[in-house]
Design a binder for this molecule. Structure first.
Ligand SMILES: Nc1ncnc2c1ncn2[C@@H]1O[C@H](COP(=O)(O)OP(=O)(O)OP(=O)(O)O)[C@@H](O)[C@H]1O
Length: 919
């Protein structure tokens, strides 16, 4: 925000009001996650800690705050200070009295609402009670998972606002989740019941992949799994409210669901899912869905099938940088690393969609890579169609799709009865452009022509057909000429007899007024053109002459002077004033009639919402395919269509693979690399090489290529064969371990234990620099043990980047282990990173080489070489045995049943049992 804008904000200054202060102090302000805004008609005020929080969040300073009185003058009741989200106030702050911030209605208010939801705050809007001084009542409230009452503000929000209700139970020893999830804005509702392992990996994936924003949690503190779920939610940064058991009741659930979904769709509901159905009743109650008759029969049933998508947890989203996760440090401000622009996410790279619907769908696809080969091939066929037919792609991108506005927004407005005639005209414009899209699609004649016809052309034709009635209605009712010429949106007067009659009378009145204008000019002995008519809402028609001619009005009682302005003198005569009265009455009558007719028109338009939704989904899908094809073709080297092998079959072989985001960075001339992950032959690859040599980039690019292939997108490679995987598990870098108050070593251990428990023989495991948090020996020992465990017990594909050069010996012991290294050249006493991945272990200790280049004393170099040799001969079987035994026991520990300190103690005692030193 610019200084100017900020200055403007502070122009709205609310005067100190002691009555309000006592009302405010009397409120229950204990919930530090709620921010209260007071609607003062035209602007809003925020007070106390809420004001400080918003000032810091939005304006990044406290300058815009005003303080009322001093703390000593204020009523005695203390406000609970928000210690977590804003720094504790200094004495100076508390002495200043009650903080007060005013924000303007419109853009500023909208921005702040969006930011508050992003900060996971609950929002309350308070309005003054009519005719009561300093008495306020709650008029709106919302939270991140329930933004219904703020829809008008959040229309352009890309992400959905999905709330879930969650019940945890155990069946036959396994954890079972009964989940209901819903988005009141997009009117979707779903239920799902699934089992989970002790790591809750299914729940983790569900939260990430369904974009859950908030949770209503079945309160059951005695339940052993309950604390684990709470920890998982906190880890995924999902705010949750503990809800009494009574709200999870199946009593009226079936009936309530039928009401919202409509009876037909109800057949698809699996009512056997008792826990999920109970969660649904809780969700319906807390979102207050039944209080809005507009919702009845309008909800769509959404399915979540755990077996349909690749599992991805937050560590993988972070490790592969699939989407931008907004991360926060303990001060509540965004991490600078998380906002770095250089390091763009895969979603950011791909999202060059032309429509907001496309962007939303793409986000969903990126989060939910598919497992079914047929579905993947189908998507690839479409991408191929638009990739090969340049003309088709360019025409859709640069013309046809660009002009299609946000249909989701339109349907939301129409459904919520917040639409205007302008929205109808906009929709009419979009519908009129559809034949152009259709003819562009019809122009294609490639191999997938039939598929294009069956999936897009036929549906679009039928949608255009079904919209005919809508178009006819708009043409008949709305004055389109006025809309096009003057951007005024009204009902055509010829549409309704009564309206036409009133219009006639209005015209007649205006004509009479015009007659008096001419007569007045005559009376004043002025040329007719010098007496003008001026119309304003307030005064109706007035006459106007130039200031020079004002003398002509002097001393003549029949002329009533209204105002003298730069452009002349405004005056009137009795007859015009009388006609003005008539004109005003007629105008009011006309407007009234117009309103009624507009309302009816909008009601009819709202009946087209299901059709708009169908169109929106068709355009979104088309846009995503076209965009994926576009990105694939504009990459520094075009992407290629991957060859897909069903889950658990075939190998993953990539020739000339590239990292899609690193290759587009400025100044990077990317070196492509190959990899062959062959089952039973080379499914475990160890990557060694110098620091900054490109190890992480290489293993992440393999993860991203597999992920992109399963989304149905082309991939950055010369040739790619991808065997579908059930999940990608990544442990990349120590990450934010400090934030959670866990040592780097513990964080590594926890994440790795999770991988060991969750991975299957059909997974892709990506491990980067394991063991950095420990002493060299133990780090190495653990890395060795973990690698061995993955090879022998899990199977699956694994890429293991490590700085432990000695780990490469594994290749001699385990047949499926192969070594790769990133190369560097040390010719002519220079050290150049080549980024080329080659087979075999890295044969040089580059660390020492760099030390030589840096002119280290000879003695240091010699000692380093000696020590390195010692380490190389690290093959003591007893030591290795110790590490293996440690790992056997380590993986059995259930970290979820203890807190961090307890876990740490257990691991420490286990380490000491096997004489492993991590200090
Ligand atoms: N194939 C490549 N072609 C060109 N540049 C590359 C390539 N791979 C990596 N780089 C560049 O090198 C930088 C370092 O790469 P990366 O982080 O992958 O190295 P690393 O070996 O994992 O390093 P470290 O061991 O220090 O973690 C990248 O940011 C990128 O700019």
């Amino acid at each position: 925000m610019s200084d100017n804008e900020q200055e403007e904000t502070t122009q709205v200054v609310l005067k100190e009001d002691k009555g309000f202060v006592s009302f405010f102090q009397g409120l229950d302000l204990t919930d530090k996650d709620t921010i209260r805004l007071f609607d003062r008609k035209g602007y809003y005020s925020i007070h106390g800690d809420d004001a400080v929080f918003v000032a810091l969040m939005h304006f990044k300073s406290k300058k815009s705050l005003k303080y009322w009185g001093t703390a000593n003058e204020m009523p005695k009741k203390k406000i609970k200070l928000d210690s977590s989200s804003s720094p504790p106030p200094s004495n100076e702050d508390t002495n200043l009295g009650l903080a007060c911030l005013t924000i303007r209605q419109g853009f500023e208010y909208e921005q702040i609402i969006k930011e508050l939801f992003e900060e996971k705050k609950k929002i309350e809007i308070w309005a003054a009670k009519p005719n009561r001084i300093n008495q306020w009542e709650l008029s709106k409230k919302g939270s991140r998972g329930n933004t219904q009452q703020f829809e008008d503000v959040l229309f352009n929000y890309t992400e959905n606002s999905v709330m879930m209700a969650l019940k945890v139970t155990r069946e036959k020893g396994s954890i079972v989740f009964g989940i209901a999830f819903g988005d009141a804005t997009f009117k979707t509702l779903g239920v799902s019941e699934f089992m989970d392992n002790d790591n809750l990996s299914n729940l983790s994936s569900f939260i990430m992949q369904m974009s859950i924003k908030e949770c209503l949690l079945y309160s059951d503190p005695k339940n052993y799994d309950y604390a684990k779920v709470k920890e998982k939610l906190a880890e995924a940064d999902i705010p949750f409210t503990e809800v009494p058991k009574a709200d999870f009741s199946s009593k009226n659930a079936e009936q309530d669901l039928t009401r919202l979904l409509g009876s037909v769709k109800n057949n698809l509901l699996d009512l056997e899912k008792e826990n999920a159905i109970q969660s649904a009743s809780c969700l319906i109650k807390h979102l207050d869905l039944l209080s809005n008759p507009n919702y009845f029969g309008k909800f769509k049933l959404e399915k979540f099938d755990l077996n349909k998508y690749m599992k991805l947890d937050s560590a993988s989203f972070r490790g592969l940088h699939i989407i931008d996760l907004k991360e926060h440090n303990s001060s509540g401000l965004p991490n600078s690393s998380a906002t770095s622009t250089k390091d763009q996410s895969l979603y950011n790279l791909l999202n060059q969609c032309n429509t907001p619907m496309g962007s939303r769908l793409l986000l969903q696809w990126v989060k939910q890579p598919l497992l079914d080969t047929e579905e993947i091939e189908m998507r690839l066929n479409f991408v191929e169609t638009f990739f090969n037919d340049i003309e088709l792609r360019q025409s859709l991108r640069s013309n046809d799709l660009k002009k299609i506005g946000d249909l989701d927004r339109l349907s939301k407005k129409l459904h919520g009865q917040k639409a205007s005639l302008e929205d109808c005209v906009n929709l009419y414009g979009i519908v009129n452009r559809l034949p152009v899209v259709l003819s562009t699609l019809n122009g294609h004649s490639g191999v997938h022509q039939e598929m294009l016809k069956a999936n897009f052309i036929d549906s679009l034709e039928s949608i255009i057909n079904d919209f005919q009635k809508f178009c006819a209605m708009v043409e008949k009712t709305i004055d389109l000429d006025l809309a096009n010429e003057k951007h005024e949106y009204v009902i055509r007067s010829s549409f309704d007899e009564a309206l036409a009659e009133i219009q006639k009378l209005k015209d007649k009145t205006s004509q009479k007024i015009e007659g008096f204008r001419i007569k007045t000019a005559d009376k004043l002995d002025l040329d007719e053109s010098k007496v003008k008519l001026h119309y304003s809402e307030k005064d109706g028609y007035l006459l106007r002459i130039s200031r020079k001619d004002e003398v002509k009005l002097r001393d003549k009682k029949e002329f009533i002077i209204y105002a003298t302005q730069k452009d002349g003198v405004r005056f009137s005569i009795k007859e015009i004033n009388n006609l003005n009265e008539t004109y005003k009455k007629l105008s009011a009558e006309y407007a009234n009639k117009q309103d009624g007719l507009a309302k009816r028109t909008l009601q009819i338009a709202a009946s087209f919402v299901p059709l708009i939704e169908d169109l929106s989904s068709l355009i979104a899908t088309l846009d995503v395919f076209v965009t994926m094809a576009h990105i694939s073709s504009i990459a520094p080297t075009p992407f290629v269509r991957p060859e897909i092998h069903p889950l658990g079959t075939g190998n993953t072989v990539i020739f000339g693979g590239r990292h899609p985001c690193v290759e587009t960075q400025d100044g990077v001339s990317f070196i492509a690399n190959d990899i062959e992950l062959i089952r039973e032959e080379s499914q475990f690859q160890i990557i060694t090489g110098p620091n900054m040599g490109g190890k992480s980039t290489f293993i992440r690019q393999v993860g991203l290529i597999v992920l992109m292939a399963q989304i149905g997108c082309f991939v950055p490679a010369q040739k790619a064969i991808v065997s579908v995987v059930d999940c990608i598990l990544s442990r990349v870098g120590a990450g934010d371990s400090q934030l959670r108050g866990v040592s780097t070593f513990m964080a590594e251990m926890l994440e790795t234990s999770y991988i060991l428990k969750v991975a299957t023989k059909n997974s892709l495991i990506i491990i980067d620099e394991l063991g950095r948090g420990t002493s060299t020996y133990d780090g190495f020992g653990l890395a060795w043990g973990i690698a061995e465990y993955i090879c022998n017990q899990i199977g699956g594909f694994c890429l293991f980047a490590t700085h432990f050069h000695e780990l490469t010996i594994l290749a001699d012991i385990i047949p499926v282990v192969k070594n790769l290294h990133v190369s560097a050249s040390t010719e002519n006493n220079t050290f150049t990173l080549l980024y080329k991945v080659e087979s075999g272990a890295c044969d040089q200790s580059f660390g020492i080489h760099v030390a030589v280049l840096a002119d280290f004393p000879q003695q240091v170099i010699e000692t380093a070489k000696l020590k390195a040799k010692e380490l190389e001969s690290f093959e003591s079987n007893t030591l290795k045995q110790n590490h293996n035994s440690f790992l056997e026991e380590f993986k059995e520990i259930d970290f979820n049943t203890q807190n961090t300190t307890e876990s740490y103690e257990i691991v420490k005692s286990l380490l000491s049992k096997y004489s492993i030193d991590i200090e």
